[in-house]
Design a protein around this ligand. Structure first.
Ligand SMILES: [Zn+2]
Length: 301
């Protein structure tokens, strides 16, 4: 129909493996969600459930003449990126599970695996660069859900660190002698504002937290963000994840006020904390962004 018709069929296969749900999508090169399915993360036979979802997406793609360029997978850690092996804390039966090998076998695509928080910042970057040429030189995204993670993008490149783990804002200490964290320390941000941490504190699902709890969580997030912002000279911070987005305006306002209170340096005057652009679709767009990033950089992340 038009000269661009062929590229309209170019898309990424996107997979997000979260603590509460698993999503599979087909995302066009223009960031449109063409197909999406999600299931609650099962207790057992997680791979079988995921494989069925992926197969359905591939079938849909075949019926619609989709040309898959690559597959991006966002997952909670820990993981060993070199081996494509994951041991997510929220999926007990996956202990050193060879996710990349299994996904490659199933899809016959190049599979790019990354931490879901790093995928989030790539989704945000994709959104910004699509709507404007003015993406900030450095930006950070924070994921507040089953765990608390972060990703930092500088000059269009993901900050990796020595072992690929840069961005772990969930383990910034926000309370002296605070809650015990899975990492072994006390008072980590994650030990206070992750979904399970809040559920433990209120004795009910995090989604039912009252105003006071939401404000306290937002305040702690703002405090941690202020520390990282000063370290990294970053003022553009977006936040996603089921807990953050579910807590909504009360949480974001508290985070903003707290971040400004704790960030006194003049270069942090514009420190802004806002929800991620694609809201609940951000994890899937992020997974697609991983594939896009990999194709564009033509090298391993
Ligand atoms: Zn910790």
């Amino acid at each position: 129909m038009s000269l661009t018709a062929a590229s309209d069929k170019d898309a990424y296969l996107a997979v997000d493996i979260g603590g509460t749900k698993i999503s599979v999508g087909v995302i066009s090169v223009t960031r449109l969600v063409l197909y999406e399915s999600r299931i609650p993360t099962p207790e057992i036979n997680v791979w079988e459930a995921l494989a069925e979802q992926v197969s359905n997406a591939l079938l849909w793609g075949a019926r619609n003449d989709i040309n898959f360029l690559a597959c991006g997978v966002g997952c909670g850690g820990p993981m060993r990126l070199d081996d494509g092996v994951v041991s997510p804390l929220h999926i007990r039966e996956w202990n050193n599970f060879p996710l990349v090998t299994e996904m490659q076998r199933l899809t016959t695509l190049d599979v790019i695996l990354e931490n879901d928080a790093k995928a989030l910042v790539l989704a945000e970057y994709w959104s910004r660069t699509q709507s404007s040429d003015l993406a900030p030189p450095i930006m950070m995204s924070v994921l507040v859900s089953t765990g608390v993670g972060g990703g930092i993008l500088a000059d269009g490149r993901l900050l990796m660190g020595r072992s690929g783990n840069a961005g772990h804002i969930g383990h910034v200490i926000v309370q002296e002698n605070g809650n015990e964290c899975a990492c072994g320390a006390r008072g980590c941000l994650e030990a206070h504002i992750s979904g399970p941490a809040i559920a433990r504190e209120i004795g009910a699902p995090a989604a039912t937290a009252n105003f006071q709890t939401r404000v306290v969580a937002g305040t702690l997030l703002g405090q941690a963000i202020a520390s990282v912002a000063a370290t990294m000279d970053v003022t553009d911070v977006t936040v996603g994840g089921s807990v953050a987005l579910g807590f909504g305006a009360d949480f974001f306002e508290a985070a903003q006020v707290s971040a400004r209170q704790h960030a006194g340096l003049s270069f942090l005057r514009d420190l802004t904390i806002s929800p991620v652009a694609d809201r609940s679709l951000a994890p899937l767009v992020g997974a697609a962004a991983l594939a896009k990033y990999s194709v564009e950089h033509a090298s391993r992340l």
